[in-house]
Design a protein around this ligand. Structure first.
Ligand code: ARG
Length: 579
């Protein structure tokens, strides 16, 4: 159910009837003010010249045509300003569409032409704790994955973990030392300490350092023992990360891990290929690609190193390979990278090279969805009181504790088990929603008080709104199924506004999918909940004069609940029956 596209088709048809033009984008937009109607056609000015008419004149003529084409759908059409057309829809038409949506699966969202979309997100590093910096990419990336899957796209999750590099010699040597000392298999519960101690031993113990350097060489040449130890490190780290994913209700599984090491076999081949084709050249022993897009102070193209003089490869080489792999092996139509904005230059350079080499054709889009930093209330990077990095798991525990206090303050009699269950959902939901509701590119201020408040665009507000709609049915002792065949009647302006908003779900989810911006869904759900409140205040439901009105209003409430729930599901946020 997509009003925008229905209107767009009608407008195109009208122009075609008038002037045989068939490649016009009428630019249908939701009106920003009630005096502009509900939708607007903004594309008249841009096509008028081609038809040889003045924009307002063309708009008048389009209106005449549209009046015939859209008899059942449109109540009022008027020209505004230089040639905009304002549209108001018929309440009866909206009512029929609401009934259709209620009875169709997936909120009546029409099937899409499925694309294969790779989403690169989360990407923690081996032998390091996931920290708050990984929180945003994990949460936002997963919401986009859910959104694209909901629409029917073929989504491939790529967890590009940092599982390769020279540090692994040191880490293997240290794991070996720990195993010898403890004689048991260990769980790496404190990865941060493990890494720190390994580094300290490396710096202080010369024989350890020699061994570590030896192990790097061995690992890179495929030595079985080193590979086994390396794999162990990956496993131990990911075991910790999967605990975090589970708590976060994030859909990443082991099959989605495609770390840097996956591309090892491709790197030499790529460098050789780029050299053979003159795209890369030797410079002081290293292999370099010069990019016109990046110039130094003197205006000369800047060199991007893809192989060091010692033969080692770089992060850039890996990302040239990952782009190639995603196109050639995974057959991606699109690849979205949810990665820290500070890595923009890195990704742009890798992709320029990949395109230059023809590994990625123009038809495939590579998109860096930049993630801004997470800041504390003081506007500085989010840290512990003593200045250390905050572990994700500690943050989630704190979220749960705070949610518990919040729920307890409203329901002092709730039993312990139920309280515990709700606190986890509300606490995690609050952290996730706070992140999702902001435009991902901006740095974002982490503020407990705001995210756990019932006021504003927050998880507690949305969850409360959802449970309130449900409680209407409970109070009435009516099930939505029992009134499913009742018709929808829209009279009050609050009913019409709510219905219109409910019918815009598809437009919103398509925008989220296209732009990769879940905050658009949050804004929509927040507005929808607000429209529901206004409707609820203005239109009595259970006390309605007539049964037809009562049932129609109940169905509007039912669809509101369903829409909020589905919207939150696409964001990866669980709902609760009561708050
Ligand atoms: N592991 C990296 C980090 O923690 C992020 C990887 C992002 N993805 C990529 N294809 N480079 O910073």
């Amino acid at each position: 159910m997509n009003i925008q596209s229905i209107l767009s088709n009608h407008a195109k048809e009208a122009l075609f009837q008038l002037s045989q033009i068939d490649d016009w984008d009428p630019q249908i937009r939701v009106s920003t003010k009630p005096q502009f109607g509900q939708y607007q056609i903004n594309g008249v000015m841009s096509i008028a010249k081609k038809t040889g008419k003045m924009p307002r004149e063309l708009a008048e003529q389009l209106i005449n045509k549209l009046e015939n084409i859209t008899k059942d759908m449109i109540e009022n059409l008027e020209v505004a300003g230089p040639g905009f057309i304002n549209i108001t829809l018929k309440p009866e038409w909206l009512a029929t569409k609401i009934s259709e949506v209620i009875s169709s699966p997936n909120l009546g969202v029409s099937p899409v032409i499925p694309e294969t979309v790779v989403v690169d997100y989360s990407a923690p590093n081996v032998a390091k704790e996931m920290h708050v910096g990984h929180l945003r990419t994990t949460i936002i990336g997963d919401a986009v994955v859910r959104t694209l899957s909901f629409l029917g796209h073929n989504v491939i999750r790529a967890n590009h973990i940092g599982d390769w590099g020279t540090q692994f010699g040191m880490l293997i040597a240290y794991l070996e030392k720990m195993q010898n000392e403890h004689a048991t298999d260990m769980a790496l519960t404190d990865l941060e300490a493990f890494y720190r101690d390994a580094k300290k031993t490396y710096d202080e113990d010369e024989s350890f350092a020699i061994k570590a350097r030896d192990y790097v060489v061995k690992l890179q040449s495929g030595d079985a023992y080193c590979l086994e130890m390396w794999q162990k490190l990956v496993k131990l780290t990911m075991a910790q990360n999967f605990l975090v994913y589970e708590r976060l209700n994030v859909t990443l599984s082991e099959n989605d891990t495609m770390g840097e090491s996956l591309y090892n076999d491709m790197l030499l081949e790529i460098v050789t290929d780029l050299k053979n084709r003159g795209i890369a050249v030797e410079s002081e022993g290293a292999t370099v690609v010069y990019l016109d897009e990046y110039r130094n102070k003197n205006g000369d193209p800047m060199g991007v190193v893809i192989q060091k003089s010692g033969g080692g490869f770089l992060y850039t080489t890996t990302d040239i390979a990952s782009a190639k792999y995603r196109v050639e092996k995974l057959k991606a139509n699109r690849a979205l990278y949810y990665v820290d904005s500070r890595q923009n230059q890195h990704l742009t350079q890798a992709w320029l090279i990949a395109r230059m080499a023809g590994y990625v054709p123009d038809s495939v889009s590579l998109e860096h969805h930049q993630i801004g930093m997470m800041l504390g209330k003081d506007g500085k990077p989010f840290k512990t009181r003593s200045g250390g990095t905050i572990k994700l798991i500690d943050l989630l525990d704190e979220a749960k504790d705070r949610a518990k206090q919040l729920i307890q303050s409203k329901n002092s009699e709730m039993d312990e088990q139920e309280l515990d269950r709700l606190s986890e959902i509300v606490g995690i939901g609050a952290v996730k929603y706070a992140d999702l509701s902001k435009n991902r590119t901006t740095d974002y201020i982490f503020d407990w008080d705001h995210m756990l408040s019932f006021d504003g665009n927050t998880a507690p507000y949305m969850l409360y709104a959802f449970s309130r709609v449900n409680s209407i049915f409970k109070k009435a002792g009516i099930s939505p199924q029992s009134i499913a065949s009742s018709s929808i009647v829209l009279n009050a302006p609050e009913e019409i506004s709510l219905a219109l908003s409910l019918l815009q779900f598809e437009e919103v989810i398509l925008t989220v999918a296209k732009e990769g911006t879940p905050h658009v869904m949050c804004t929509y759900l927040f507005e929808l909940a607000g429209l529901f409140s206004k409707f609820y205040e203005a239109c009595s439901i259970l006390q309605a004069e007539l049964d037809t009105i009562k049932n129609s209003r109940l169905l509007l409430a039912h669809l509101t609940a369903k829409t909020i729930q589905t919207g939150l599901e696409t964001l990866g946020i669980k709902t609760v029956e009561r708050m």
